[in-house]
Design a protein around this ligand. Structure first.
Ligand SMILES: Nc1ncnc2c1ncn2[C@@H]1O[C@H](COP(=O)(O)OP(=O)(O)OP(=O)(O)O)[C@@H](O)[C@H]1O
Length: 390
């Protein structure tokens, strides 16, 4: 663990990541593979300590108990302003959307400072507070019947992800675009499946969202930030706000479950006290209270993936990206992971899952975006997997 802590507000760069496999967990010194000329500047998002709040949740015993998970942000006795800082930037649909509201996603490293004198910031906090208290909250952000896109537009909510004419041509395959004129809007709180044949472009699409891959042309906006234009020094901060889960878990083999999750917080300079309270809490949420000290090779595949989900959500990102999260798991365990993702989504986190899991997509009936040879060939509000091979 070491002394990987920045002093609050001291503006120093974060420590170097020890293992590149954790790059998505957002170390400050990451350079996107296709980026050049990383600017080693003082981190403008120096950590400011937020109140250390631990959610009162019931411990889970086993994987298939995930239905019982109580996520902190919607607990009646929790303060959503503190427990889910990323959501602070989702405007209330009853509020006129200020043009800067989406951009706030990129500029608030933690919770909005309650002492802030910025009126618009305070207004956002107040409006979110009201939205979270509103019994219609769920139906606004995760409507069951009407078009989510239409409801969001009517409410003046900006998409959290916007892709316009997005094209990616890898140098190795100049005549075969991995993404070809892709246009997608995804709104806060959506749960989206990304399906398609192997090689259809799913991973490339997800990679553009973290700017692991830079598109050849077109636009990709995450919470109003144009990823084609943001400065390299802002990319690590973008990645801090996107949790990522992969098929092969990407756990550090020489660290325990606890240490794997703690490492994600150490990398972004969270104080020791916050780590000590949040890591056990999130491991409890995913049902691993009794296995915190287990090494990855002492855990089943499903348990390892739950550690990976815990690591992705411990910083409470507003956006969770999952690339084949159940690809290595048997159906019963996959169901537990998917229920966990669904539960996380119900707290307001936008979740995107690339998958080949036909049964899962068919049973969950969520929004489905299908890719074929880099094109979006279907975008369905409550779709099934469709007619694809493995
Ligand atoms: N780094 C790369 N260099 C060159 N070509 C690439 C690279 N990454 C992906 N491709 C190509 O881009 C296309 C899309 O690949 P991508 O991995 O995005 O598809 P996918 O739908 O995620 O596939 P899978 O379901 O097998 O993971 C494929 O033709 C692939 O060969």
């Amino acid at each position: 663990m070491g002394n990987h802590f920045r002093k609050p507000g001291d503006g120093q760069a974060a420590p170097k990541v020890e293992d590149p496999r954790l790059s998505v967990v957002s170390a400050d010194d990451i350079v996107a593979p296709e980026d050049t000329g990383f600017e080693p500047v003082t981190d403008p998002f120096a950590y400011t300590p937020a109140p250390d709040v631990t959610a009162p949740v019931a411990p889970l015993d086993m994987a298939d108990a995930v239905d019982d998970i109580t996520m902190p942000s919607l607990d009646a006795d929790m303060d959503p302003q503190v427990t889910q800082p990323g959501l602070l930037n989702i405007p209330s649909p009853t509020d006129p959307v200020a043009p800067s509201s989406a951009g706030a996603f990129m500029t608030s490293a933690g919770a909005v400072d309650p002492a802030s004198t910025d009126v618009s910031e305070q207004k956002q906090v107040a409006s979110l507070d009201a939205a979270l208290q509103n019994p219609d909250f769920t139906s606004v952000f995760a409507p069951q019947v009407d078009s989510r896109k239409k409801m969001a537009r009517d409410a003046g909510v900006e998409p959290v992800i916007l892709m316009e004419h997005l094209t990616k041509i890898y140098a190795a395959q100049p005549n075969k675009p991995a993404l070809d004129d892709v246009n997608i809007e995804i709104y806060p709180g959506e749960f989206v499946f990304l399906v398609g044949h192997s090689g259809s472009g799913k991973t490339t699409l997800l990679s553009t969202l973290m700017r692991d891959v830079k598109p050849t042309s077109g636009r990709v906006l995450v919470a109003g930030q144009d990823l084609m234009r943001i400065k390299n020094r802002k990319v690590p901060f973008l990645r801090r706000q996107i949790g990522a889960v992969f098929q092969d878990f990407k756990l550090l083999p020489n660290k325990t479950a606890y240490e794997n999750v703690a490492f994600a917080l150490e990398c972004i300079g969270k104080p020791r006290g916050v780590i000590r309270s949040q890591v056990p809490e999130v491991l409890r949420l995913v049902g691993l209270a009794d296995q915190m000290d287990s090494m990855p090779d002492q855990l089943s595949g499903g348990e390892q993936q739950r550690v990976a989900v815990a690591r992705a959500m411990v910083n409470r990102p507003p956006l969770l990206i999952c690339d084949e999260p159940t690809g290595n798991l048997d159906p019963a365990i996959s169901l537990g992971i998917m229920k966990l993702l669904e539960r996380i989504n119900r707290t307001g986190t936008t979740v995107i899952v690339a998958t080949h899991d036909r049964a899962m997509v068919d049973s969950m009936r969520r929004r489905v975006i299908a890719l074929e040879a880099g094109h979006v060939i279907r975008d369905q509000e409550r779709g099934g997997y469709g007619n694809y091979g493995a």
